[in-house]
Write a protein that binds this ligand. Structure first.
Ligand SMILES: [Zn+2]
Length: 296
């Protein structure tokens, strides 16, 4: 299913797509943003036919040109339609240099992700390295590209300072309850996520009307949201370490301690853990928090 949402008086168009697969209990969306000739991300492989229709619609409005598509990171739900943009519409694809090798290869992933995002991602040739600054088609907007590693090493965010917008894709999640890890090709790192959010928070210090555009989780208003996420992660970090210290006093079995820490801090493991064979789990978050040394 597709939804088109307009933001900021129609200056930003969000295209949201979720699979209609009946195995998915509730629609799980991915977002593409379009702003003055610039596309941010390219949807999921399973959504390419709907994405093509969206691009044709946009092109009609834009007199036939889209300047470029910025891929925020190389996960299949963000770059699945990049080959289509390139082959059918001749739109340049830009990404962080760490994403290029990944994008240029055909890419398959486990079944639970195929159900959500479609079977496999096709390769994209001649991906260009992102500039530090990208101006929009009519030069109305200037985007600064900043690295936000943690969710993915190649993750970037786009900041438009004058308009006070930041597009973070998956660099920030609405709530920290689980993390990719285990045997997955996606390895998230909570300390890097924290550092990236902190850098963004400091970088946007004088933007008091900041709007944060996320993928699938809508728009967050105000940079206080960034502070809330920092506080949330910091509190989890402390709790997990304290719980570990407490349990380690009367337990030597590491697995047992980890399970107790998870129970103390988060209550229980997420249902997604089994569906994803441990790729996405609360335990991954616990482990990443523990690996991150506690200062002070
Ligand atoms: Zn992602």
């Amino acid at each position: 299913m597709t939804q088109i949402v307009e933001h900021e008086n129609g200056n930003i168009i969000e295209w949201k797509w979720a699979s209609d697969n009946e195995l998915i209990p509730a629609p799980f969306f991915t977002s593409v943003y379009f702003i003055d000739g610039i596309l941010i991300d390219a949807g999921a492989p399973g959504g390419v036919n709907d994405f093509r229709e969206f691009i044709q619609l946009i092109l009609k409005r834009e007199n036939g040109t889209i300047k470029a598509c910025v891929i925020t990171h190389a996960h299949e739900d963000h770059c699945g339609g990049a080959w289509l943009l390139q082959e059918e519409f001749k739109i340049p694809i830009l990404a962080h240099e760490l994403a290029i090798e990944k994008l240029e290869k055909e890419y398959t992933y486990p079944q639970y992700r195929q159900i959500t995002w479609g079977k496999m991602r096709l390769p994209v040739k001649n991906v260009e390295i992102l500039p530090e600054i990208l101006t929009s088609k009519s030069k109305k907007y200037t985007f600064e590209l900043i690295p936000m590693p943690g969710h993915a090493p190649e993750q970037v965010a786009l900041i438009e300072k004058k308009a006070q917008w930041v597009f973070v894709a998956d660099a920030i999640q609405p709530k920290y309850k689980m993390l990719f890890g285990g045997n997955s090709d996606i390895q998230e790192d909570i300390s890097m996520i924290y550092d990236s959010i902190e850098r963004l928070y400091n970088y946007t210090a004088n933007l008091n009307k900041l709007k944060i555009f996320m993928s699938r989780s809508g728009v967050q208003e105000g940079r206080e949201f960034l502070k809330e996420k920092l506080d949330e992660i910091k509190a989890l970090h402390l709790k997990v370490h304290q719980a570990w210290e407490k349990e380690a006093k009367h337990n030597i079995n590491q697995e047992k301690i980890l399970r107790k820490v998870l129970k103390n801090v988060f209550g229980k493991e997420t249902m997604v853990e089994k569906l994803s064979n441990g790729d996405l789990s609360t335990m991954n978050l616990v482990k990443s928090l523990l690996k991150w040394e506690l200062m002070e």
